[in-house]
Design a protein around this ligand. Structure first.
Ligand code: F6P
Length: 348
């Protein structure tokens, strides 16, 4: 066993030396862009520390692409990222830059990178961030590598995005609390969760909190079936009902219209609405997100050193894999349909 471990250590050291010898990347820029997500700080820390380990200079770019356009840069040393692994948000700040959507804006950003001597970029964000990075690379042949960070978990090429696990736990904790008050008053609650156009948060938080019904954009339940389901739930004698609604669901357009519809069409229901909103984006990252961020940051830097570019670091079956950015932005990852079935079975 020891012999095997020593061999493995020797081999990985050898592989490392090869990577270091072949490395032409001397300065890496890192930014966070789009909606912030818990775990982004842990990913920045990992990129900065991996750069320090390999003696690569690391430049923090503030406020995402907007900061790149304005040259809002700062050298980050290992110590610059002390005690941020446990912090929500992003200390590099984030923005959704309109100017980066223009050719002129991207040229300004490129000029700043050249002036600063940055050789490659690590982009932490969602599909908007990656689309921007992909276009930037096509125009200037500038190496970029993505780390998926969004609570929506909607990126192709990875089972998990940073922040998703934390957001799920935040949502479940909030729904548990709503359940307490709902059952005290025998009420029906429509609870809206984030997720943009996909239902990952709604579906998983719904199953995790025992919601009686889950409405996701991927499946149009229809208002009639919703009424049927609510009646069924009431017949079982439950003291509360929770319907979890993904913000992108179209069944009733929005949670307030759903409430009005149920009040008009079902007698005797005391209905309330709760929109969880941006609280789902905040808070300390879960251990899962911190570990994933740490692994992805190191992988991003080592991949750049190995000459990889225009790829995203994804995790597939707990193994880190590189996935072409242009494919990652082509669509959305699919929800687990089996979980919809599980939810139906459990809500008899
Ligand atoms: O992509 C993350 C996300 O929180 C989505 O779930 C939500 O639709 C959107 O961002 C909200 O964006 P903003 O913070 O700009 O209102």
């Amino acid at each position: 066993m020891f012999k095997y471990l020593r061999l493995r250590y020797k081999f990985s050291n050898f592989a490392l030396e090869l990577i270091i010898m072949g490395n032409t990347i001397k300065k890496v820029g890192v930014l966070t862009s789009g909606g912030d997500a818990p775990g982004m700080n842990a990913a920045i820390r990992s990129v900065v520390r991996a750069c320090a380990f390999y003696k690569i200079e690391c430049i923090g770019i503030f406020r995402g692409y907007q900061g790149m356009i304005e040259g809002d840069f700062k050298t980050l040393k290992s110590k610059s990222v002390n005690y941020i692994i446990n912090k929500g948000g992003t200390f590099l700040k984030s923005a959704r830059s309109k100017k980066f959507r223009t050719k002129e804006g991207r040229k300004m950003a490129y000029d700043h990178l050249v002036k600063e001597g940055v050789d490659a970029l690590v982009l932490i964000g969602g599909d908007g961030t990656f689309t921007g990075g992909m276009i930037f690379n096509q125009e200037f042949n500038f190496p970029v590598i993505g780390i998926p960070g969004t609570i929506d978990n909607d990126i192709l090429g990875t089972n998990f995005t940073l922040g998703y696990d934390t957001a799920l736990n935040t949502a479940v904790e909030a729904i548990d609390k709503i359940r307490d008050t709902a059952s005290s008053h025998k009420r029906l609650f429509f609870v809206e969760v984030m997720g943009r156009d996909v239902g990952h948060i709604a579906l998983n938080a719904g199953v995790g909190s025992g919601a009686e019904e889950i409405l996701v954009p991927e499946e149009n339940l229809g208002l009639d079936r919703l009424l049927e389901s609510l009646q069924k739930s009431r017949k079982t004698g439950k003291s509360s009902t929770i319907v979890l609604v993904a913000e992108g669901d179209k069944t009733g357009n929005n949670v307030f219209e759903l409430r009005d519809y149920v009040e008009e069409n079902l007698e005797g229901y005391d209905v309330r609405v709760s929109v969880l909103g941006h609280m789902q984006r905040g808070g300390a990252p879960s251990c899962f997100d911190r570990v994933l961020a740490s692994r992805m940051g190191v992988k991003a830097v080592e991949s750049l050193m190995a000459g990889k570019k225009n790829v995203m670091v994804g995790t597939i079956n707990n193994k880190l894999e590189l996935y072409p950015i242009e494919k990652a932005v082509k669509g959305h990852s699919k929800i687990d349909e089996e979980l919809l079935r599980v939810s139906d079975i459990l809500n008899i």
